[in-house]
Write a protein that binds this ligand. Structure first.
Ligand code: SF4
Length: 425
């Protein structure tokens, strides 16, 4: 029998078949949004730990490899089971219900599910126009990504600030979210600047923890502006550690920004934010495993935490025909995530109610830890940090007093921007 984290990894690697008799009625629909990695079925695997009641996973179901999966979903609302046909093991799971606000509209008439989408227990919003790497001829998009196919199709091409605020508020009130993650691809030297009005409005009008994920900008001091606005989390998408794989799979990032800038940005933010607030995102299952492990060691050595995505050959991406990673390799990588976080005392899992379905959360990997005094001490440390940090997070989730006049129906494209060419400043 697989433990919850082992099952999560196996589902990411093999995908899931849905039996013909299975009813998905009322569950969250399959959303093609953001970088397209959220292309699967959201489900929860019950956990057996008080601080981790469930593991959230966005399981591939539409990719061709999922049709060959040994995992099959049976049941209907309130009673679902996954059967592993390799050994006929049954696992109870649950399919989270689609929230009411998914079918609601903002006061401007925009469907809220075209503004943001739940990815586990948090809200993800792609805030910018389509990533500029898609506009080059030939396109310089990252080869695993489908943002260029989604923005304007599955979601609104531009997100007006009041629409974002109303969607965040509905998700907070109905779904109990604590965290909104804003991402926006490559926007030259205007990415950080264009995120600022969204952050300000969410902090003032809704009061949520806010995370930002944008390609780095050469002027690293721009991150100070985000910190001033009260951003709680910054993630830097390294994607790959090996320079050759980075250049091959992420040609836009390699040619316009260069891999070194991603490292400098991660180091800059990690030095300025509290331990465990910054993450380095990495994709596992494409470059050699040793490079992924080296990336995890590098990220944790900075006091940041690794966000490891298990590569998904998403339909519509340039890598749609690539094979998914091997389960054994991904178990090895995720066990290393725990060991590296433990070695550097990264307080993983401290923030309230942030379960990310697209990746194996670092604290999910505690299921893979060997029993030792070091592990026991680290687990006590993690729980203590979570307990002591709770009042701080509560304070940071209070809406702030509005500092300026109410926002109008503007998008950052209409907000005057400072000088600077579109491109790296
Ligand atoms: S930077 Fe790469 S991964 Fe991010 S949106 Fe652009 S093409 Fe996609």
């Amino acid at each position: 029998m697989l433990n919850p984290c082992e099952l999560e990894i196996a589902l990411f690697c093999h995908g899931l078949r849905v039996a013909g008799s299975t009813s998905l009625e009322g569950s969250r629909s399959i959303s093609r949004t953001r970088a397209g990695l959220g292309s699967g079925l959201e489900l929860t695997i019950p956990g057996d730990r008080a601080h981790k009641p469930a593991i959230w996973v966005n399981v591939p179901v539409v990719e061709p490899f999922a049709a060959r999966s040994p995992f099959v979903l049976y049941g209907g609302p309130g009673r679902y089971t996954i059967v592993d046909e390799r050994d006929n093991t049954w696992y109870p799971v649950d399919l989270p219900r689609a929230p009411g606000w998914y079918s609601a509209k903002t006061s401007a008439g925009t469907p809220m599910n075209r503004i943001g989408v739940l990815q586990g227990t948090y809200l993800g919003i792609y805030i910018n126009p389509v990533c500029a790497f898609w506009n080059y001829k030939p396109a310089l998009n990252c080869r695993f990504c489908t943002t260029g196919c989604n923005v304007g199709e599955a979601e609104s091409p531009l997100k007006a600030i009041p629409d974002v605020v109303e969607t965040c508020r509905a998700a907070r009130e109905e779904s109990g979210i604590t965290f909104v993650h804003l991402n926006g691809g490559f926007q030259g030297s205007r990415g950080i600047e264009s995120a600022e009005p969204y952050i300000r409005a969410i902090k003032e009008d809704v009061g949520l923890l806010v995370g930002v994920q944008l390609t780095p900008e050469a002027q690293l001091t721009r991150y100070d502006r985000l910190l001033k606005l009260g951003v709680d989390h910054i993630s830097i998408c390294l994607e790959f550690f090996d320079p050759e794989w980075f250049a091959r799979i992420c040609p836009g990032k390699a040619r316009t920004l260069g891999q070194t800038l991603f490292f400098r940005a991660l180091e800059y933010c990690a030095q300025r934010m509290p331990r465990g607030s910054v993450s380095g995102e990495i994709i596992a299952g494409v470059e050699p495993i040793e490079s992924t492990i080296a990336a995890i060691d590098y990220i944790t050595s900075l006091g940041a935490f690794p966000t490891v995505c298990i590569f998904r050959p998403t339909v519509g991406s340039d890598m749609a025909d690539w094979p998914p990673p091997a389960e054994a390799d991904m178990r090895r990588v995720m066990a290393h995530v725990y060991r590296a976080c433990r070695r550097h005392w990264i307080p993983i899992g401290a923030a309230p109610n942030i379960e990310v379905s697209l990746v194996v959360n670092p604290d999910d990997t505690s299921y893979l830890a060997e029993r030792s005094l070091h592990t026991a001490a680290y687990e006590v440390y993690r729980r203590s940090v979570k307990f002591l940090a709770a009042p701080l997070f509560r304070r940071r989730m209070r809406p702030r007093l509005r500092a300026a006049a109410p926002v109008g129906r503007q998008t950052p494209n209409e907000v005057p921007c400072g000088p600077g060419p579109l491109g790296v400043a």
